[in-house]
Design a protein around this ligand. Structure first.
Ligand code: ZN
Ligand code: ZN
Length: 380
């Protein structure tokens, strides 16, 4: 999933004026405001996205940077202030964890002048077996992630103290300097744009407002999930910085290959070798299915290799549906090997008894082939 284009989020053209953007933002903000959509998570996410887009585009400098570089313009949005944590973050990423958007600062984080930062999105690769995909399961995920520091409630200031307004910029996060005719506004060097400074950093988190912990998350994997399914758990990603909202957690499901069943959507395929004799005179065999029961396959006499038998309703369940796929059994005739002298004699004797009718395909094949070639050359 890539970050949506800010103009698209606001539904305005790239050439939109400030006023047009403001009115578009107001309209959408009213629509998705959490107060108007209590408990609606999608609205909440949209609202956040909207805020982020508007905050960027309503700021002339940021808009120019965004127009030029896109989201990459804010790739290291943490700056010097938030940078300390970014380093730690990539450290605890083990092989199954990746910051969803590449490096730790990869996502243009929603920042505002209070230094709040949205936590990064995270990716969790979960491999399940076909059997688990068949039955569905509750997966316990252990997620080393940063959470809001309990000691300082995420403020980063030592308990009992509070971050105070930055004296350099008086809380604005930016400072203005006049050089000749020009007035230049830049990020406040003292607070790095946060507008607040922490004199007494919290001992537990060193002022970052969050700490690394292992969380356990119970996730319900529904029956019928497919390889490559993505599950998004909103707000379960990295904690925000200094009270900012948490990122999202994306679970990427992959299915372990099964030694006997191949899956194609809801259908399962299985190759079953049968003996030459069973193929010739008929017989039956049981195949184990994923439901735990066995299914009977009846092989009629004269079955050829490659023949498929369909077992209706013995395949995979379909996600969020009562439908079930089928199981296809493809038989492959195994030619006997390492014959004893006696077996060889029996087969030779059997062969003497054979007529064209026993092998309609193979008997006379080459003469038919030649006839075809002769006819072909004659016609040219
Ligand atoms: Zn703390
Ligand atoms: Zn400042």
């Amino acid at each position: 999933m890539s970050k949506r284009d800010y103009y698209e989020v606001l539904g305005v053209a790239k050439t939109a004026s400030e006023a047009e953007m403001k009115s578009a933002f107001r309209k959408l903000a009213m629509q998705y405001h959490p107060d108007r959509n209590p408990g609606d998570h999608e609205a909440e996410v949209k609202f956040k996205e909207l805020n982020e887009a508007y905050q960027t585009l309503s700021d002339g400098q940021k808009r120019a940077a965004y127009d030029r570089y896109g989201h990459a313009a804010f790739a290291n949005g943490g700056g010097a202030g938030g940078g300390g944590f970014n380093g730690d973050f990539s450290d605890f990423m083990s092989d199954i964890f990746e910051n969803f958007f590449g490096d730790a600062g990869g996502r243009g984080r929603g920042r505002n002048t209070t230094g709040r930062e949205r936590g990064a999105d995270m990716r969790y690769n979960l491999e399940i077996t076909l059997d688990e995909a068949f039955h569905g399961k509750t997966a316990e995920l252990k997620i080393p992630t940063s959470i809001t520091c309990e000691a300082c409630s995420g403020s980063g200031a030592k308990p009992g103290s509070k971050p105070k307004t930055c004296p350099t910029c008086a809380g604005a996060g930016r400072v203005r300097a006049t050089q000749g005719f020009f007035s230049i506004e830049r990020t406040c060097p003292n607070c790095h744009g946060r507008g607040e400074v922490i004199d007494d950093p919290c001992g537990s988190c060193g002022g970052a407002g969050r700490v690394t912990r292992e969380r356990t998350l119970s996730v319900n994997i529904p029956a019928g999930v497919e390889d490559g399914t993505r599950i998004r758990l909103a707000g379960e990603g990295e904690a925000g910085l200094r009270g900012g909202p948490a990122g999202d957690l994306y679970i990427f499901l992959s299915l372990k290959p099964h030694p006997f069943f191949q899956r194609d959507g809801a259908d399962l395929f299985c190759r079953v070798p049968i003996s030459l004799v069973t193929a010739a005179i008929g017989g039956e065999f049981n195949v184990p299915t994923l439901s735990g029961s066995e299914a009977l396959v009846k092989v009629p006499e004269g079955t050829q290799t490659g023949k498929q038998f369909r077992l209706k309703g013995k395949g995979m369940p379909v996600l969020r549906s009562r439908d079930v796929g089928d199981l296809y059994i493809q038989v492959v005739v195994e030619t006997p090997q390492k014959l004893t002298k006696r077996q060889r004699e029996l087969l030779e004797e059997f062969d003497k008894e054979c007529s064209k009718e026993n092998h309609p395909e193979s008997s006379g094949f080459f003469s038919r082939f030649r006839e075809f070639l002769d006819g072909f050359s004659g016609s040219t």
